[in-house]
Design a protein around this ligand. Structure first.
Ligand SMILES: [Zn+2]
Ligand SMILES: [Zn+2]
Length: 274
């Protein structure tokens, strides 16, 4: 019996004798199955082989990034936020080894995990059990949970205040329950938005993008992008972090608004001189 892990997306499944036939995340049109075929691993194998390590970096006061090297699965970065004695893990990673547990404990441990969307569910239940904490997932994405647990709290509606300073907002788009995290005291009280890839920071980090599928390059409709931009406009933040270690250091809300207008113009054919 084992909790098998899909190597392509890094998501862990409930306890079974044999690996599942396929991965529900990868066989869906927003992801992809490895062209060489479905490959499974386990946490024990990942740790035993010693091929992967987690790297923990201070990004700004009260905010640490945790990334697996070399890249595993989708290759996302998770963030640990320390705010007034409440430590939140934003998004999650598959690898949870002794080094990571020790490092996180040194930073004060964890009080909760909150997820942007199913692509980063990884081994979230394993983390929740080790640190004895709840997991917050939007109810609209419940069907994508591959390892059910009583620790998962499905929240609904548009907003959830974890604490006064840490607030989840559902934006949808990439996934129906796609959420971002507003950290009101980040960036020296100017506010930080952590977006996973519900809002994606592009290589020119004055701009962002919004996609239904990133690997398969499927865009979102104009109306949805406008709706996301309108919701974000009402939030107070100056800085933004995505799930791939990219940062917009200032005027991040302006970047979202400008990018949404550019994106909509592109969809409507008014951006191009053809
Ligand atoms: Zn998968
Ligand atoms: Zn995604």
């Amino acid at each position: 019996m084992n909790h098998f892990i899909c190597e392509t997306c890094g998501i862990q499944y409930e306890l079974t004798d044999a690996p599942p036939e396929s991965c529900i995340i990868c066989t869906e049109e927003r992801q992809y199955v490895n062209p060489n075929g479905q490959v499974w691993t386990t946490m024990e194998q990942m740790i035993e082989k010693g091929r992967y390590q987690n790297e923990c970096l201070l990004e700004e006061e009260g905010l640490y990034s945790i990334t697996t090297t070399p890249s595993f699965g989708i290759g996302q970065t998770a963030y640990l936020i320390q705010n007034k004695g409440f430590n939140l893990l934003w998004d999650c990673l598959t690898l949870l080894d002794e080094y990571t547990i020790k490092k996180v404990k040194e930073l004060g441990g964890l009080h909760a995990i909150a997820l942007s969307h199913p692509h980063y569910y990884s081994s979230q239940v394993e983390w929740a059990e080790v640190f004895d904490i709840p997991i917050y997932i939007h109810k609209d994405d419940e069907k994508w949970v591959t390892r059910p647990s009583e620790r998962i709290i499905f929240w609904s509606g548009e907003t959830l205040e974890l604490t006064k300073e840490l607030v989840l907002h559902r934006l949808g788009g990439h996934f129906e329950g796609g959420a971002v995290l507003e950290w009101k005291e980040g960036c020296g009280q100017k506010g930080v938005l952590l977006t996973g890839d519900i809002i994606q920071i592009v290589p020119d980090n004055r701009w962002v993008s919004f996609m239904y599928s990133y690997p398969n390059l499927i865009p979102l409709p104009a109306a949805k992008v406008q709706e996301i931009a309108d919701t974000v406009k009402g939030l107070n933040f100056d800085r933004m972090y995505n799930a791939f270690h990219r940062v917009i250091k200032k005027d991040a809300n302006g970047a979202v608004q400008r990018s949404a207008q550019r994106y909509i113009a592109a969809l409507n054919g008014t951006l191009f001189h053809t």
